[in-house]
Ligand binder design. Structure first.
Ligand code: BGC
Length: 755
């Protein structure tokens, strides 16, 4: 329905009807206005599959949802670094939404993995904003190509579960812009998601649900968002403020309480009715966009989606370690699968994204017909390994050529609603791995977890496969990777620190009371570890393969450019091994020298590419201003500082293989304002100021220089360089104290410079 018609409809509504439309009818529906032919529409969690509940169901998952297909969670899909793959997953989710008459799937969740402790890390993509934004955009593209919408969530800075409904995420402007916003900004600008979900928390003291700056100035005015904003479930504090701030739909419902507040505020002249009209218009645009494109006849082939989920999961797995080529396994050899996760894999997390799978495939089931023996190793339920269990596991390990321990985090360790208090795996599993590794030198660990874990046993095992939370078909995918039917090609979307206290947010994570200060600023994840030259367990971007790749011929189409130009980059990549495989070409940009304090390098491009043995391909990237820019808080905009930048191609943030240099010139002159406290260092960096100050500077230098007849000791005490260095930090006003200028002269210079 076009905008004019929707406005006509709104003009016929009573204030009560309009206020009513600004909140849900129940947990999952928007309201209908039957007399005007306005239909209700349904939304549902996700995002890695559907969690569609009936009317009476509560959203915490106690009541069952319909049978559906659980794809890998975002922690896993991010590791694929494969935009086309996640777009395919989005298409499948979109089809299932059409089939189930859902207008919007609630996701993707794009909050940054600030600390390994966040309970919802398994639902989030990465510690890196660019990777997060690009993967989310690809998923959204897939879903929305089916004419159903997404709700990208949780906007914004919702990187902890601790006190999630009251806590304020206090971060400076640059940190928000560079780290916590791009996961939203990239998809909003590229894909125009139908809806955005605001987060529970406050941002710098103001609830996201009533944050005008966030919901209107940044999201709509700057990024051009056109859809509607809904609240996270129960995130509304002051509904009237929310309407004015740009929160269109309150979810689920306040039983009419907040609707009445809206009506009262309008009647009392405290809220302009135009804000209510605007919210209704935005909601109805989407409601009608869905109803006019609804295709409930769309088939939903769950078996086909199960196989797709397996294909996706296999391409997400990260081979972290593979000493002596312990993997892939041979079908001829006897292998021990050890650990209850081999029979009952952990493949999804707890909370609102929890899916009622129509089936699952464990590794043990997938290995049917292979020479596999199984030992339970530990009990998931009691989180214990008895002596008998360990003894049985050791005996199995001794019998087999290779022992594969399936380990990771049980459900209770990570979930929506609370955070972890440490990043260790269950003690019983660590003990089991050590016992098995002592019994069989060819021990491999497969990990099921949504966030980094400590690996005290890393030196005792030959192989580690990070499966993340790989969805209901994870067992099938794992067996394919273990036996080499699929060559692993995942890359870590986050750094694995050696221990929790190495993490940059460690000192501040969780905050004090209801305030969490994001004091590490832009130094999140590898941005911190790389700058600190800190040792990590596995770096961002790391991942091995059963074949090998060589990168060569990095070419830039220019060596100098303005920040308004684009830079075309190409690099050749060759499969130098004997198996087909996929690799990820990672492009980082490094500001060689910069006035603002910046990370060493930042990911600004990535491409996954498949290569047959011996095959070589060219991979291309185009970089624009944003690839070189930082957020400048003086101009409140992205800014590139003139200078040289390395364009780097790497196999991880710690393994840079090729680099070339480009000089980028800024086309924006930063405003320079001076006053009597401006220091010489800054003044002298400005040619105009330098020229004006020259006569006084000469007088000043003389005043400070040791006199010609001063003794040698005095000459040594203050050399010319020392003088110059000291002068650097002196303010303009000091010229008056040292007799090099009068106060009036200084005032005049300042006035002239600021003109
Ligand atoms: C979660 C959202 C979810 C919503 C609806 C909230 O508790 O934070 O991610 O979409 O519930 O289930």
């Amino acid at each position: 329905m076009d905008k004019a018609k929707i406005r006509e409809l709104i003009a016929q509504m009573t204030l009560e009807e309009k206020a009513g439309l600004c909140s849900g009818a129940d947990f999952w529906h928007t309201k209908a206005v039957e007399r005007l032919g306005v239909p209700a529409s349904m939304v549902s969690d996700g995002p890695h599959g559907l969690r569609k509940q009936d009317q009476e169901a509560d959203h915490l998952g106690v009541n069952d949802s319909i049978k559906a297909v659980c794809f890998p969670a975002a922690s896993a899909t991010a590791a694929s670094f494969d935009k086309a793959l996640i777009e395919k997953m989005g298409e499948a989710v979109g089809d299932s939404c059409q089939h189930e008459k859902l207008s919007v799937v609630l996701g993707p969740a794009v909050n940054i993995k600030r600390s390994p402790l966040c309970g919802r890390n398994f639902e989030y993509f990465s510690e890196d904003p660019y990777l997060t934004g690009k993967m989310a955009a690809a998923f959204i593209h897939g879903v929305q190509s089916k004419n159903v919408g997404v709700s990208i969530k949780h906007f914004a800075a919702n990187s902890q579960e601790h006190r999630r409904m009251s806590s304020s995420s206090d971060a400076d402007e640059r940190t928000l812009r560079e780290i916590y916003f791009p996961g939203f900004e990239i998809p909003v600008k590229e894909e125009q998601p139908w809806t955005v979900m605001c987060s529970y928390n406050r941002v710098n003291g103001v609830f996201a649900s009533e944050n005008h700056w966030l919901l209107t100035e940044v999201l709509r005015d700057e990024w051009g968002f056109e859809g509607y904003v809904m609240s996270d479930w129960g995130a509304v504090s002051d509904r009237v403020k929310g309407v004015e701030a740009g929160l269109d739909l309150e979810m689920p419902s306040s039983g009419g309480y907040n609707d009445r507040k809206i009506v009262e505020a309008v009647r009392a002249g405290k809220l302009d009715e135009k804000y209510v009209d605007l919210a209704v218009e935005r909601i109805l645009n989407i409601v009608f966009r869905y109803t006019e494109n609804a295709k409930p006849e769309t088939p939903w082939d769950m078996e086909a989606d199960h196989l797709l989920a397996a294909d996706i999961a296999a391409d997400c797995m990260v081979l972290l370690k593979n000493e002596d080529g312990v993997l892939p396994l041979s079908r001829e050899d006897e292998v021990a699968f050890i650990g209850e996760f081999a029979a009952k894999p952990r493949f999804q997390g707890g909370g609102s994204s929890h899916i009622n799978c129509f089936k699952t495939t464990s590794a043990l089931e997938a290995a049917e017909g292979l020479k596999v023996i199984y030992a339970r190793g530990y009990s998931i339920e009691t989180d214990e390994a008895t002596d008998e269990m360990i003894a049985e596991a050791v005996a199995a390990a001794k019998k087999a050529k290779t022992a594969v321990v399936f380990a990771g985090l049980p459900d209770v360790y990570e979930s929506e609603g609370y955070d972890r208090s440490h990043m260790r795996m269950p003690e019983c599993q660590n003990a089991l791995i050590e016992a098995v590794a002592a019994a069989n030198p060819n021990t491999v660990v497969v990990l099921h977890n949504g966030s980094p874990v400590e690996m005290p046993w890393i030196g005792c095992v030959k192989g580690v496969v990070e499966a993340y939370l790989g969805g209901q078909a994870v067992g099938l995918a794992t067996v394919r990777v273990l036996y080499g039917d699929v060559n692993p090609s995942g890359r870590l979307p986050e750094t694995f620190p050696k221990k929790l206290s190495d993490n940059p947010s460690y000192l501040f994570y969780g905050g004090e009371g209801n305030v969490t200060e994001y004091r590490e600023g832009v130094f999140v994840g590898y941005r911190y570890y790389d700058k600190k030259e800190a040792e990590v367990l596995f770096p961002f971007g790391h991942g091995l393969s059963y074949t090998s790749f060589a990168f060569s011929d990095l070419k830039l189409d220019k060596t100098e450019m303005d920040d308004t130009d684009t830079l075309n980059v190409s690099v050749r990549v060759k499969n130098t091994g004997s198996r087909a495989g996929k690799t990820v070409v990672q492009l980082y940009v490094c500001d060689k020298q910069s006035t603002p304090i910046r990370p060493i390098r930042e990911l600004k491009g990535f491409e996954k590419t498949a290569l047959e043995p011996g095959e070589e391909k060219e991979v291309r990237f185009t970089l624009d201003k944003r690839a070189f820019a930082y957020w400048n808080t003086e101009i409140h905009d992205w800014h590139v500082e003139t200078g040289e930048f390395f364009i780097e191609i790497g196999a991880s943030s710690r393994d840079i293989i090729l680099a070339e240099t480009v000089t980028v010139r800024s086309t924006v002159e930063l405003p320079r304002r001076y006053d009597e406290n401006s220091i010489f260092m800054d003044l002298l960096a400005d040619p105009k100021a330098k020229e004006k100050l020259r006569p006084m500077l000469e007088a000043m230098a003389k005043a400070f220089a040791p006199s010609d007849n001063a003794g040698e000791a005095a000459q040594e005490a203050i050399s010319e360089e020392m003088n110059a260095a000291m002068l650097n930090y002196m303010p303009l006003r000091s010229m008056v104290s040292f007799g090099s200028a009068t106060g009036e002269q200084i005032e005049q210079i300042i006035a002239e410079l600021n003109r």
